[in-house]
Design a protein around this ligand. Structure first.
Ligand SMILES: NCc1[nH]cc(CCC(=O)O)c1CC(=O)O
Length: 301
């Protein structure tokens, strides 16, 4: 998945800067290497830390990451800045069944079916919306999870994945059900690829600036500000989704913190001008805290 994202970005970069030579350096992250619990390899940042360090060491000048995998400012390597944000793709999650299984929806799965997902948001949604099903932690990158789903090595009957990720792998044919984002709340940063650089590297910042998709950049600013205001960590079951009305230029941030036990959710919405994206995100996050979201931030019901 990372290589497909990188290829897409490299093409864009070369088209915009045809006189420059871009070398692609492959980095295998801890999140790709390990399949154990993320908490054991340092929690959030497992997919980005290795590339971040090489960036800070000056071995590479840009790093490409899924916005969803980039930790918040409080558990982030300092000195790294986002230089470009690629246009958002689909934010929805999907149900994937082992190869050869006839198509089914989450509602069709028999009581007690084991559904693989490690994301606290997905586990909490599963408990809230499909209490007859059992969330089972699984780990590894999207490619390896799919292979282990098919081989039976995961010990699950189905798994939840991101539609955008499957799309990048050319595997949307594996989707059994696309989950309705109005109920199955999307992840903050879902479907967004970012290109980072060293904060003090003005030359790279200038090269990346024209490649950014301004509307997606605003959405991401809003979603990340909401998460930062919440101050949750990698165990928090939260959803933040910003949307932009192209006609009115009004940006709306919808944020929710879910009870990890599945008993409910707190929701907050903030709307305003798109140039106040970060303020709107913060507003939504702070509203959730005022309403008592703190009790669920540690991931305990
Ligand atoms: N490391 C998990 C991860 N980070 C980004 C994506 C998918 C693509 C995206 O939402 O941008 C995935 C795979 C998944 O959640 O199934």
């Amino acid at each position: 998945m990372a290589l497909e994202q990188t290829g897409r970005f490299a093409e864009l970069f070369r088209r915009c800067h045809p006189d420059l030579v871009l070398d692609v350096v492959e980095v295998v992250s801890e999140g790709d290497r390990h399949v154990g619990p993320l908490s054991r390899i340092g929690g959030k940042g497992a997919f980005t830390r290795t590339a971040d360090r090489r960036l800070l060491a000056g071995e590479v000048d840009m790093a490409i990451a899924c916005a969803k995998d980039v930790p918040g400012p409080h558990d982030r390597e300092p000195g790294i800045a986002v230089g470009a944000v690629l246009p958002r793709e689909d934010v929805r999650d999907v149900l994937v069944l082992p190869a050869g299984h006839p198509p089914a929806t989450l509602a069709d799965l028999p009581r007690g079916s084991r559904v693989g997902t490690s994301a606290p948001r997905r586990a909490a949604l599963l408990k809230a919306l499909y209490p007859a099903l059992l969330p089972v932690p699984i780990r590894g990158n999207a490619d390896s999870r799919l292979a282990r789903l098919d081989s039976g090595a995961l010990g699950v009957d189905a798994m939840i994945a991101a539609l955008a990720g499957l799309g990048r792998l050319g595997l949307t044919g594996r989707v059994s059900e696309v989950l309705d984002p109005a109920r199955w709340l999307p992840a903050s940063g879902a479907g967004i690829v970012v290109i980072e650089h060293r904060g003090d590297d003005k030359a790279t910042r200038d090269l990346l600036a024209p490649l950014t998709d301004a509307p997606t950049h605003a959405l991401l600013d809003a979603e990340r500000a909401a998460l930062a205001a919440l101050g949750g960590g990698c165990l928090t079951a939260a959803s933040v989704h910003a949307s932009l009305d192209p006609r009115t230029a009004l940006l709306t941030v919808r944020a929710a913190v879910l009870d990890p036990g599945g008993a409910g959710a707190l929701r907050a919405t903030a709307s305003g001008a798109a140039d106040r994206a970060a303020d709107l995100g913060r507003e939504a996050g702070e509203r959730l805290l005022r309403d008592g979201a703190a009790r669920w931030l540690d991931g305990r019901p």
